[in-house]
Design a protein around this ligand. Sequence first.
Ligand code: ADP
Ligand code: NA
Length: 350
Amino acid sequence: GFSPRVFSGIQPTGNLHLGNYLGAIRKFVELQASHDCIFCVVDLHALTAQLVQDDLVSQTRQIAAAFIASGIDPEKHIVFNQSRVPGHAELAWIFNCVARIGWMNRMTQFKDKAGRDRENASLGLLAYPSLMAADILLYRGTHVPVGDDQKQHLELARDIAAKFNNDFSGRIEALELGVPMRMGEEDVNGYFPLTEPLIEGPATRVMSLKDGSKKMSKSDPSDLSRINLTDDADTIARKIRKAKTDPLPLPGDVEGLAGRPEADNLVGIYAALKGVTKAEAIRDQGGRQFSEFKPALAELAVEVLGPVTAEMRRIMGDPAEIDRVLARGGERANEIAGTTMRDVKRIVGL
Ligand code: ADP
Ligand code: NA
């Protein structure tokens, strides 16, 4: 089989938030103890939503600073930004020719982001999941820690890998580039692994603090909807105090959270920050009024995020050092990517 390798990415679209931290970054930190990891600031992806941007470079540095401030070791693992490694765009083009338009049209994120005027969405927005598959498979990544919103895109990455392995099976075999793997019922030699998503824990989908039906997002126009990793203690406390809730106290058991999206969300955040399950969080906080629970949650959030925010600020004070880290990471990534692209070109006959 394939040797395990973790890959994940975050877009430099500003407003890095608690959902990104709990759903993604904190898992990266856990996985680096046991896995060979590649963490990428996916700046090419950021162009799909908005082409002209003034501060892509500083936002890229901010994500890199957040990785390092959270505890990712850029000496042991690879931290870089996508546009430094040409293989991402190159493999994405091959995958654009492997994937079908219908697969892309079915993506809920595309439908959400394109809105009603789909004909006017960028072609890049439609092809986003193909670039994401390339990001992962350029390194033959086997495990991808992400939030729940990325589940469908990861299924698509598997579909692309499977179709590539199938369509080119003869050539992969003849060139002796295959790795023994299980595909469905069969043992085959494939070039790309079928990547597994790692979506676990109480905060795989952190919701907006203002609307329990929307996920916390970088692009939400309301700053009160999210806790940013750059927020100070007072701001965090104020946002939690203002978070939408229902009038009931917290339930006595986890089942009681059903049908109460705001309560469920805040308990999930509490549990994730504390490193316990939702059931354990309820055992601890059940029955309390929001007027008591919210300050406890705010205190916990400040305790966990405060050191990360302070360290991020310190790292951001030396942009040249961040650029050096990204450049070195890019060189290391490019070595792996170069090998993959040489193989892929032979496989497809280029
Ligand atoms: P966003 O969706 O906020 O623009 P990205 O698309 O860059 O951010 O996602 C970065 C990572 O953060 C992904 O793994 C994504 O699944 C995760 N993520 C984003 N929003 C949330 C959320 N509200 N809850 C949990 N994880 C999230
Ligand atoms: Na996202």
